[in-house]
Design a protein around this ligand. Structure first.
Ligand code: S3P
Length: 170
C-alpha cells in the first residue's frame, strides 16, 4: 500500500467508523489517535482532560501523530482538534493522503448525541460548541487532499468515493 489514509474532521464526522471499515477492506492496520493515547496512558481521554488538562492531551496527541506519521501502509483517524496544531498537519502530510469527512454541526451532533466521552461537548449547548470549533478549525480541514460530504450517504458509498480518489492520486 502507498500513503497512509488519514481521516480528519470534527467529532461525529465518522473518522473511526469509516477508518476501521477502510482498513478491513484493504486488509491493513488501523490506528485511532485517541485509542492509542488511551492505551499508552491507561486512562480515558476524559480523565486525561480532567486530571492533566487539555494542553497535556495535546502534547500526547502531537507525539502520537508524529510516531504514526513515520511509516505508511495504514489508516489513521485523528482527534478532531489535532489540526489546530499545524505541526501535526505537516507531519501527517509527509506520508499521508488526508481526507476531510464533512457534515454540518447539527448532523455531527445527531450522530454522537448518546455518547459522553468527549469532554469538549459536555456543555449546555453542544451544537453551538461544534459550530464554534468548526469556525476555528475548518480552514485546516480544508487543506486535506480530498473533501467528502458525508451527509445522506451510506458507509460503503463514502468508502468507495474515498478509495477511488485515493487510487487515482497515490
Ligand atoms: C477532540 C476530539 C476527540 C478527542 C478529544 C478532543 C476535539 O476526538 O480527541 O475529545 O478537540 O475535537 P474525535 O474527533 O475522534 O471525537
Amino acid at each position: 500500500m502507498k500513503k497512509n489514509i488519514v481521516l480528519v474532521g470534527l467529532m461525529g464526522a465518522g473518522k473511526t467508523t469509516i477508518g476501521k471499515a477502510i482498513a478491513q477492506r484493504l486488509g491493513c492496520d488501523f490506528f485511532d489517535t485517541d485509542e492509542v493515547i488511551e492505551k499508552q496512558q491507561k486512562m480515558s481521554v476524559s480523565d486525561i482532560f480532567a486530571e492533566f488538562g487539555e494542553s497535556k492531551f495535546r502534547e500526547l496527541e502531537k507525539d502520537t501523530i508524529l510516531s504514526l506519521s513515520e511509516k505508511n501502509a495504514k489508516i489513521i483517524s485523528i482527534g478532531g482538534g489535532s489540526l489546530e496544531n499545524l505541526d501535526n498537519l505537516k507531519n501527517l502530510q509527509k506520508n499521508g493522503f488526508l481526507v476531510y469527512l464533512k457534515a454540518t454541526p447539527e448532523v455531527l451532533y445527531s450522530r454522537i448525541i448518546e455518547q459522553t466521552n468527549r469532554p469538549l461537548l459536555q456543555v449546555d449547548e453542544p451544537v453551538l460548541k461544534l459550530k464554534e470549533l468548526l469556525a476555528k478549525r475548518e480552514s485546516a480541514y480544508l487543506l486535506a487532499d480530498f473533501v467528502i460530504e458525508t451527509e445522506n450517504k451510506i458507509k460503503d458509498e463514502i468508502i468507495d468515493e474515498i478509495l477511488k480518489v485515493y487510487d487515482e492520486a497515490c
